[in-house]
Design a protein around this ligand. Structure first.
Ligand code: MLT
Length: 392
């Protein structure tokens, strides 16, 4: 037996597991201290009433012989795919229900999609970045090219025609920086991908946080994108599904490599390795897209955006430099002068009992930066602000 030795090239533990371990050690040593967690982007608002109602009803259906469901369609139930297709119309985008694959979240599909691409492809990944893009490619021993995201380009790297890439990762609104591409910028990426015969893996997990109609919520708002992009979406942050698990991936029919439609490959992969998302969860997900569900999730998103506004206001008052927090739940700030990301992590944990995420955990360009999330409870955010101000 031989193991996949590529796993040995990975950091010993996943970023958020390392942080959780450090925080657990701290709380063990300081059991009376109230630690405020603004680290991992996990939601705190409960599921909205439309969702829990659907969960209850679907659970009851499962207990009745006539309405019980066994295996469902691997691509997801039509009732959910239809409703997602309608949602896309709201972004002035046509995505057919058959181009939508219901998933258990963007993270799994972002990793799993690599099954349909040769290990010989070169991937282009921004730095800093959501660690999943890097780790899943290391696991497959793919060559990774990094593109610099830094304050000179507002953390929004643009295509460089001197670089030949096959698979390009873009995330907008961005995790970890909160930066958002404009339509013109995304058009440059689409043009580049088409010119290079490359594919864009577009992570739109935070699209619901965009509050400006002129900013793209889907890459398919850009002409030509259906020929070069797969889009990954998640209900985790949109509707509090981090523990409930549901998302969707769009693989357009027009997307081809030579004569081969990627849709067929992904369908083949999913039908072989995936048995679909539970019926109950898909019913809950469909409830999000009803007018009532949309209204309720918007209230939660506004709550988080208000948290972000309070945090960014406080950082401004403190004279700290940051980006994000406007169309994103993430605020990307520069560490206190001269501190590395992990030094700042320790400093905030020890002195203010606040947990954030060290920027260097997202890549070398993240060194000297720190990420705060706006997913906390209001009371905690207000307390964190008090503590940050007291540190000055
Ligand atoms: C994060 O904190 O970056 C996210 O929670 C990670 C994720 O969505 O998997």
């Amino acid at each position: 037996m031989k193991i996949n030795e590529n796993y040995l090239k990975l950091e010993q533990s996943y970023l958020f597991s390392t942080i959780a371990k450090k925080v657990a050690e701290f709380t063990k040593q300081n059991p009376d201290v109230r630690v405020i967690r603004l680290g991992i982007g996990d939601v705190t608002r409960p599921l909205c009433p439309a969702v829990t109602k659907a969960l209850h009803e679907a659970t009851d259906e499962m207990g009745i012989k006539e309405t019980f469901k066994g295996y469902g369609p691997e691509q997801g139930y039509a009732f959910l795919r239809q409703t997602i297709s309608e949602y896309y119309k709201g972004h002035h985008t046509e995505v057919s229900e058959d181009e939508i694959f219901v998933s258990d979240g963007a993270k799994s599909d972002l990793g799993n999609i690599l099954d349909i691409f040769d290990a010989d492809n070169t991937v282009l990944i921004p730095d800093p970045v959501y660690p999943v893009y890097v780790d899943t490619n290391i696991m497959a021993n793919r060559t990774i090219c990094y593109m610099e995201a830094n304050k000179d380009n507002n953390f929004l790297p643009m295509p460089d025609y001197a670089v030949d890439a096959d698979i390009i990762y873009l995330c907008s609104p961005n995790n970890p920086t909160g930066a958002v591409y404009s339509k013109d910028q995304l058009k440059e990426w689409v043009d580049y991908a088409l010119a290079k015969n490359a594919i864009i893996l577009f992570d739109a997990a935070y699209e619901a946080f965009i509050g400006d109609e002129t900013l793209p919520r889907s890459i398919y708002q850009i002409e030509g994108a259906k020929k070069c992009a797969i889009e990954f979406c998640s209900l985790s942050k949109t509707a509090g599904f981090t523990g409930t698990r549901c998302g969707y991936t769009v693989v357009p029919f027009e997307l081809k490599c030579g004569d081969v439609a990627l849709h067929s490959l992904w369908l083949r992969r999913q039908t072989t390795k995936f048995n679909g998302v539970p019926y109950i969860i898909q019913k809950a997900a469909a409830a999000i897209f009803t007018p009532e569900g949309q209204q309720q999730i918007k209230e939660n998103i506004e709550y988080y955006k208000q948290n972000a506004a309070l945090l960014t206001e406080a950082l401004t008052e403190l004279g700290m430099s940051f980006i994000g927090g406007e169309h994103s739940p993430y605020i990307w700030l520069m560490c206190k002068s001269g501190m590395t990301s992990w030094e700042y992590f320790e400093y905030l944990l020890q002195e203010a009992h606040i947990v954030g995420t060290p920027g260097s955990g997202f890549g070398k360009n993240g060194e000297g930066y720190f990420r705060l999330t706006a997913f906390g409870e209001r009371e905690d955010v207000e307390e964190a602000i008090k503590r940050l101000k007291a540190l000055k």
